[in-house]
Design a binder for this molecule. Sequence first.
Ligand SMILES: [Ca+2]
Ligand SMILES: [Ca+2]
Ligand SMILES: [Ca+2]
Length: 568
Amino acid sequence: MFWNKKLSLTLVLTLFLPTMSLALSDSWTSRTDMPTPRRGMSAAVLDGKIYVIGGNPDKTGGLKTVEAYDPATNTWTTKSPMSVARGGLGISVVNGKIYAIGGMTNPSGSYNTVEEYDPVTDRWTRKADMPTRRFGLSTSVVNGKIYAIGGQGSWPNVVSKVEEYDPATDTWTEKRPMQTARAHLSTCVVNGKIYAIGGVLEYPEIASIVEEYDPVANTWRKKADMPTARTFLATSVLNGRIYAMGGSTTDPDGPPMSIVEEYDPATDTWTAKADMLTARGHLAAGTVNGKIYAIGGTTGGFPWPLTSIVEEYDPGLPPPDFNGDGTVDITDLLRLIDSWGQDDPLVDMAPPLGDGIVDIQDLEHLMSYWEQTPDDPTLITHWALDETEGIIAQDGIGGNAAYIIGDPLWLPDGGMVNGAIQLDGVDDCAVSGPMPNLAEGPFSAVTWIKGGVPGQGVLSQMAVANWLCTDPSDGTLMTELKSAGEDGCSLGSETVITDDDWHRIGLVWDGLYRTLYVDGVAVTEDTQNGLEGSSNGLYIGAGQMMQPGTYFSGLIDDIRLYNRAVNP
Ligand SMILES: [Ca+2]
Ligand SMILES: [Ca+2]
Ligand SMILES: [Ca+2]
């Protein structure tokens, strides 16, 4: 049966190979128009719906309008209006409530008004005014507090002001200003830091500036400039990356553009992405269920022709590197053939997010990457351990270098994928910086090891859990990463990995099942009610508390962390 399938698939492959070359990439599609055409509104996502609030109906007036878009049904619902009509406002969500902050109308000028919306009762309530009247600001939330950033109190005086609102106490606190005063910028949050992007500097100069705010330290620092300067843009976060969409680039009153650029805070780099279908400025955006929605705005320069169009951004499929080794080849093809005709979420990637069966579409997806080493947005960290000297193990993906402790040996020709590191089991290990909290969703931790004895840590999270370790009694592979609840427990296997052969070991969490792999085989599996997550750094080659006796004595190579389930 297996060989029949393999034969017929080989035939299919020979038909496909000459015609297929391009990987399935990112794209935009049109969705249902917003009921009210407008610009200068702002948006927030709550319970899977995008609330689009306020805005300007023409070049001066303001709107109280609230309309909610449900991407699941592709429909709009009109909600209770705000009490104060305004555009150029900030919108943020804390604890299931939406806050509308500041904004302007002519001739009233700028507002310091704050209103709170409860989606359950569909009602608005007035809250404590913001200290500084302004519009063209942007708001972002970290740890339950809203940061109101930049804007202008009057034309053309832009400000660098940052004021923090705590909805729990209904109070405002002044924080450190941005380094650069600007208005009509856009802000986003990734990993607890706020990124303030673009905007208008001193009129009519347009910014490509990116500044990062750390609310804990109350500090700003400059990051890599956006390739295309822009104002009246929208931004949204998807998979830990920030997408900057549309806006005007040379003249604030000039025509808008369709250019989309993606910022990865982990590497401080920008990448061009697929253009929107329609060039737009003064738009709003939100991310729901892995897609970005770019909503409304203007389709031309002054006097701002309005639009109600909605476009959906699909970032494309993850590459079909099912075993997480960085390449798409015969191993992945055999894995796909193994699941042919079945419901296997790991292999069923096409059409986007899978359709419940591994079939010709999934094969097409795989073949479009055939023998490539694709850029994999789900690969979060890759410590190749190919260094030849020094105290740093570079992360080839996320910029999260690990620092060497003790005196391990670099073996440039001694690994399974080029070089490896040799640890002495006494005090050698490596320590990374803080990580994204991988246990929040599906993830995989995969590495090669050789050697070790029972009771040692291969990969662990500081003061949280040993992710991959050897059982203290017999040297079998186990994990101590478990549910934080009372039912949480370690998971052991019956496969000894301390036999001095190379083994590729992996811990895979798909959101329900916790699985340990050794050399391509799932050696044990159970379910947990979530896993204990943390953004703490990782130890390579030591237990989670660095206790004596938990240091690994052997070789480690090619550590890969994915935010999806792989089959290592
Ligand atoms: Ca592969
Ligand atoms: Ca499929
Ligand atoms: Ca290596």
